[in-house]
Write a protein that binds this ligand. Structure first.
Ligand code: ATP
Length: 197
């Protein structure tokens, strides 16, 4: 089977950007966030279980998950967060297991934001690439791109592993503290390494 490379990093570090670059170079990309969005989009496979656990208002018939409402619901309620994760995480993992054997590429990149934190994927990946940048850049990029404000980004960061711990556990690091050209150059080099064995 094709080698599986985990790709992770803190919120806003540049995981999707790096995965796109490596994908264009020839890696097959499976993105856990994309799978999660598909499971909670209109007619997504996780909606029935979410309605049963949280009420129909969280995903009205014919509509997908109300993401902002769910985020507010689980922000300070750990039990609700665990219930949501108990629905989504096994469904995402099952979809990944279904796709992995079919993936065609020089290697398969498994993009998982909480790869280290959940532990679930460590035995599925042969190596781990960490995308890293300063916390200030993480906040600026994540807040500029999403509906989250800097305070909410910081709250998410505090639930993730700190940078030093991720960097210590990494087999490869992509430093995304400079411009896109710098990241692209690093991706080219990493691609050669990963594709070469
Ligand atoms: P999340 O954890 O929120 O899913 P992510 O780690 O996948 O985020 P990206 O979506 O790749 O991060 O990047 C976050 C934002 O920062 C995007 O708008 C992206 O275009 C931008 N970005 C990423 N890398 C750079 C860079 N080197 N220079 C400038 N902007 C960048």
């Amino acid at each position: 089977m094709t080698r599986v490379i985990g790709l992770t990093g803190g919120i806003g570090s540049g995981k999707s950007t790096a995965a796109d670059m490596l994908g264009r170079l020839g890696g097959a990309v499976i993105d856990a966030d994309d799978l999660s969005r598909a499971l909670t989009a209109p007619h997504g496979g996780a909606l029935e279980a979410i309605r049963a656990a949280f009420g129909a208002a969280m995903a009205p018939p014919g509509q997908g998950l109300d993401r902002r409402a769910m985020r507010e619901r689980i922000f300070r309620d750990d039990e609700a967060r665990r219930r949501l994760e108990a629905i989504l995480h096994p469904a995402i993992a099952a979809e990944i297991d279904r796709r992995l054997p079919e993936a065609r590429g020089a290697y398969v990149l498994l993009v998982v934001p909480l790869l280290f934190e959940t532990g679930r994927y460590r035995q599925r990946v042969d190596r781990v690439v960490v995308v890293d940048c300063s916390e200030a850049l993480q906040v600026a990029r994540a807040a500029a791109r999403s509906s989250l404000n800097p305070h909410e980004v910081r709250a998410i960061m505090s639930a993730q592993w700190p940078r030093w711990r991720r960097l210590q556990a990494a087999d490869h690091v992509l430093w995304n503290g400079a411009g896109l050209a710098s990241l692209e150059a690093q991706c080219r080099q990493l691609h050669e390494t990963l594709a070469g064995g």
